[in-house]
Design a protein around this ligand. Structure first.
Ligand code: GDP
Length: 300
């Protein structure tokens, strides 16, 4: 299963009802657009995104040339596919490495979004790309977060920079700042900073994230969001745009069984690209996010 299954199923139904049609009339296009609209809304895609999506679909379906290669149903599938890719950001967005190392990656998001797990996954991925990452435990809020990161670091064979007991405990900003210095000395060219999240958006948490940001000047701030939290994904994303700002999005828990349409909206609503996706609890359940592959999977 995956979080876009509802959407997949609904769209398949819409397309199958078109299969017997010859040329599509304007009425056919309107009816199809209406069904796609319902499919998107039922999958929890945010309203403004649905609106733009449907407008594009209608315009393109009306303007579609009579084609020898594609029947009307195939044409609609192609248009929906193109629009999904568009909504998901078009091109794959690669990591931007700093001109002079280390490249600093800061993770932000709500508690439970999968940040700490992601830190481990990212470190494994950077290693596979030929880098020497350092994990930094700057989530000093959640009990066990430091230890959890150390376990993950061990599994990923990545060193972890954590506060020494009695030295900097409780000061995540100092930990983050010192970790950069440590990375320089120890020849780490990528630094991945795990930060604290709360269960809900809260100004103190935002301020702490903003302070860490100001202390380390990250090359990439990644907003981590659980695809299963529904419409809250959109409101949370907006709160993080305003409170901390971010360069890219990581969708987690795409392996879940809740409706994940809201996660599809995050790119369109915030204008920030989805860069990575997490699909399970294991370190290897993770990959670079490719909009075209995801669209293909939804329409499979
Ligand atoms: P944090 O509070 O943001 O640091 O979140 P954690 O990394 O501790 O993750 C919270 C829970 O979600 C843990 O039980 C993780 O194992 C789980 N988790 C993280 N990512 C995924 C994922 O992609 N899929 C699934 N199914 N579970 C995940």
């Amino acid at each position: 299963t995956h979080v876009f299954e509802t959407l997949s199923d609904r769209l398949t139904t819409v397309f199958s009802s078109l299969r017997s049609k010859g040329k599509l009339s304007d009425a056919d296009i309107d009816a199809t657009a209406r069904e796609i609209r319902i499919a998107l809304l039922e999958a929890d895609v945010a309203l403004p995104v649905v609106r733009d999506f449907i407008t594009q679909i209608k315009e393109r379906a009306r303007g579609a040339e009579v084609s020898q290669a594609l029947n009307p149903a195939q044409q609609v599938v192609k248009i929906v596919n193109d629009e999904l890719i568009n909504i998901l950001g078009g091109e794959t967005r690669r990591v931007r490495y700093a001109k002079s190392p280390p490249t600093v990656i800061m993770l932000a998001g709500l508690q439970g979004s999968g940040k700490t797990t992601l830190a481990g996954k990212l470190s494994r991925w950077f290693k596979s790309e030929g880098h020497a990452p350092l994990l930094v435990a700057a989530d000093l809020q959640r009990p066990n977060a430091v230890q959890q990161l150390q376990v993950l670091g061990e599994r990923a064979a990545t060193p972890v920079y954590a506060p020494e007991p009695g030295n900097g405990v409780g000061d995540p900003i100092k930990v983050a700042r010192d970790s950069i210095e440590h990375a320089r000395h120890a020849q780490h060219d990528v630094v991945i900073i795990d930060t604290a999240g709360r269960l809900g958006i809260d100004t103190e948490m935002m301020q702490q994230a903003a302070d860490i940001r100001d202390a380390v000047g990250p090359d990439e701030i990644l907003f981590v969001v659980d695809a299963m939290i529904g419409q809250d994904a959109v409101t949370t994303a907006q709160a993080f745009v305003d409170g901390v700002g971010f360069d890219g999005v990581v969708l987690t828990k795409l392996d879940g069984d809740a409706r994940g349409g809201a996660a599809l909206s995050v790119r369109h609503i915030t204008g920030r690209p989805i860069m990575f996706a997490s699909t399970g609890e294991k370190l290897e359940d993770f990959d670079v996010f490719h909009p075209d592959r995801m669209a293909g999977r939804i329409l499979d």
